[in-house]
Design a protein around this ligand. Structure first.
Ligand code: 7TS
Length: 422
């Protein structure tokens, strides 16, 4: 059935896989004679890149490389047009009202740090920031740093043992002191798709702005920031099939206008005197120094690629694959899968009764299966569940049911191997 799946661009899953050079290469293991196929199940850490993305970045360096916004020569204008053209693509991709609401950063982490440093600069000891217990460290530590600097307090929406937010506590947690709510859209450990619509609507009824960490949602569902009405939305190109080193911060114009610059330097200024400076317009006020133009060009190509596939068909295929993986993994004896059974993304963290997640990941690696093991940069959530480490398999539209069957087979084999060894 999956083999016959056809995406909106007319391609089958097999043909889609051919778009990704790394999925065609073989892995050479240290003590294996023959190279083996890669079974890449770590897309939540970073997605693989289609050839068009690699070519766009390479083409920039081969044919278009120049610094932007400052050159009068043709090459500089070409590079500027490429960079600003990608901004237009991102604007359309998330349906932002204005192109200047799109700021290029290095990654989701930097996007959130930008908001914490700049928007949070005016916070004081009377202010509260409401986060959740399932945040990735990148939506936690910047607020801890801000709390140290300004005295503002951090509060948390608790998580249930099933890896869901206890939203019934939201009404008492939101107070007239809450200055910002920051919440992850899709959890990178549980795969939970959080009800951010409810959170945004409740926060807005009290005039509280909301920041969404969209690192894990933006690759798997269409994002419409105007419909969501979120105030900030942070995500990374590298999780969205684009190059590393590019992040995006969407912010509502009226908030970005009022915020002070995050970093100082070239490009973000209008005029500089020895004693003080004035700032450039949005979005450049927040883009100090020479940016990663080649990466931004590659990200533009990633957006084109996703648009061609269409989120309708990506979601339909990934939902089917997620349900198949959930059912298959649930059938394995001695493993525990974390996160909800429904309304979830293809991120499956699990532990095995008989072996450590790191042993599991290393065992699977012997068969070319790439999964992640560890705390997944969400230590508070792990601590709450009293688990120090989990193995995690995460899916994308280039994965297949036979890869999941292979994963299941090898998880079972790992259990048998370690049991026999004891
Ligand atoms: N937020 C979430 C929910 C994430 O999953 C990640 C990265 C980030 C923020 C940070 O993104 P970055 O691009 O700034 O690094 N998550 C993971 C992961 O789960 N495994 O490796 C990186």
């Amino acid at each position: 059935m999956v083999a016959e799946w056809i995406f909106a661009n007319g391609k089958s899953v097999g043909e889609i896989r051919e778009d990704f050079p790394i999925l065609q290469t073989k892995l050479t293991l240290v003590d294996h004679d023959d190279p083996i196929d890669l079974v890449y199940l770590d897309t939540a850490a970073t997605a693989q890149k289609p050839l068009k993305v690699i070519q766009a970045e390479a083409r920039y360096y081969r044919e278009q490389n120049a610094n932007i916004h400052r050159a009068l020569h043709t090459l500089g204008e070409t590079a500027t047009a490429l960079y600003e053209g990608s901004r237009d693509k991102v604007q359309a991709f998330i349906n932002a009202e204005h192109r200047h609401e799109i700021i290029f950063t290095r990654n989701t982490t930097e996007s959130i740090n930008l908001v914490a440093s700049s928007f949070g600069r005016s916070f004081g000891p009377e202010d509260e920031i409401l986060l959740t217990e399932m945040e990735h460290h990148s939506n936690l530590v910047p607020w801890q740093l801000l709390s140290e600097q300004t005295g503002c307090k951090l509060k948390f929406i608790p998580i249930s043992p099933g890896g869901e937010l206890e939203l019934e506590k939201l009404d008492e947690l939101l107070t007239n002191k809450t200055a910002l709510v920051g919440v992850v859209h899709i959890s990178n450990i549980f795969g939970t798709v959080n009800d951010i619509e409810q959170i945004i609507s409740k926060a807005h009824s009290m005039d509280i702005p909301v920041l969404i960490d969209g690192a894990q949602s933006s690759p798997h569902m269409a994002i419409d920031v105007q419909q969501l009405d979120c105030d900030f939305f942070a995500f990374s190109s590298h999780k969205l099939y684009g190059p590393m080193g590019i992040g995006i911060l969407y912010g509502k114009e009226k908030l970005l206008e009022k915020m002070p610059p995050y970093m100082g330097g070239g490009d973000m200024i209008r005029s500089v005197k020895l004693t003080g400076s004035t700032w450039n317009d949005l979005p450049w006020k927040f883009e100090a120094g020479t940016p990663n133009v080649g990466g931004v060009a590659g990200f533009g190509a990633a957006i084109d690629y996703i648009k061609e596939l269409s989120f309708d068909s990506i979601c339909e295929y990934e939902n089917m694959l997620t349900e198949y993986a959930r059912k298959s993994l649930s059938g394995i004896k001695n493993i525990k899968i974390y996160g909800p059974s429904g309304h979830r993304a293809g991120v499956f963290s699990f532990t095995h009764n008989d072996l450590h997640p790191h042993d599991m990941a290393q065992f699977l690696d012997r068969y070319g299966i790439a999964v992640r093991a560890g705390h997944h940069c969400a230590q508070p959530a792990m601590r709450k569940l009293k688990v120090s480490s989990m193995a995690r398999a995460s899916l994308a539209f280039y994965n297949t049911r036979s890869e999941i069957d292979f994963l299941v087979e090898k998880i079972i084999a790992a259990g048998e191997y370690f049991n026999n060894g004891i």
